[in-house]
Design a protein around this ligand. Structure first.
Ligand SMILES: Nc1cc(-c2ccc3ccn(Cc4ccc(CN5CCCC5)cc4)c3c2)n[nH]1
Length: 242
């Protein structure tokens, strides 16, 4: 998979040289290219923004610079992803779908956002999909943090990136849409606290049922919205598997 990220703060994406994503890149599993939007400016001051039509605070990113940049980075079949507070929530399902694709391009805005005609222009281009996405209901200063989130959520799903693929199956927001169960490791007693006995029983069926019960309780307690969307059929299938 190839992912291009365009930003006026390319160094914000430096953490993607580290750890699993870094290994995926050096291992050739992920072709990640980070670009400085200002490389596509033509004026001496390398200007990327201007005042908003209709007034209002702040500045807006210019469509012409973004158009030159994206024309140079997007190819046929690419998926243009634009982080924005007003985008569709990024979910594990979305990450799974994106991990199947060949070429993602993330356009990181700053200031008050990118001129709306940029997304409109590329939506009209055959062969290019455009998705505006949000990583949560809070306002960041730009799209770079959302780009880090998206790249990590997608890269970890690529074959060969995570050592033990099993750890991807049984995780929170998994097929059944549940939150994850609590995890424990040695020592068995710590700070006067014990590990639940069932986890020391070696009885895999009971352990699996306890974990699912814990995941259900957590989901019901913390995310009642997810309970409404629970895929009970997937739950049943998972239960049958234990
Ligand atoms: N999930 C999530 C994603 C983001 C995010 C993503 C990209 C950008 C680019 C610029 N900003 C700052 C920013 C500041 C103010 C407004 C609200 N203004 C009100 C009227 C016009 C706009 C929007 C945007 C981003 C923020 N934030 N949170």
């Amino acid at each position: 998979m190839r992912i291009d990220v365009v930003s006026i703060f390319p160094d914000y994406l430096a953490p993607l040289d580290l750890s699993l994503v870094g290994k995926a890149r050096t291992g050739g599993l992920l072709d990640l290219r980070v670009h400085d939007l200002r490389d596509w400016t033509t004026d001496r001051h390398r200007t990327v923004d201007d005042t908003p039509f209709g007034g209002g605070a702040g500045m807006v990113m210019r469509p012409d610079v973004w158009g030159t940049a994206l024309d140079s980075v997007l190819d046929d079949g690419a998926h243009l992803l634009v982080p924005t507070p007003s985008g569709a929530p990024l979910t594990q399902r979305t990450a799974e779908r994106l991990a199947e694709e060949q070429h993602l391009v993330v356009a990181c805005g700053r200031y008050e956002g990118i001129d709306a005609r940029v997304a409109e222009h590329y939506r009209a281009r055959p062969g290019v999909r455009v998705s505006e996405f949000s990583i949560g209901d809070y306002v960041l200063n730009g799209g770079e943090v959302a780009a880090l989130v998206l790249v990590e959520a997608v890269a970890r799903l690529l074959p060969g990136v995570v050592g033990n693929p099993e750890s991807l199956v049984e995780e929170s927001h998994g097929a059944a849409g549940l939150l994850e169960y609590p995890v424990y490791t040695k020592p068995p007693q710590w700070a006067g606290l014990d590990v639940p006995d069932v986890l020391l029983s070696g009885h895999h069926g009971r352990i699996a049922r306890w974990r699912r019960d814990q995941a259900l309780r957590r989901t019901a307690g913390r995310r009642p919205d997810l309970v409404a969307a629970l895929d009970v059929a997937a739950l049943d299938r998972a239960d049958l598997a234990t």
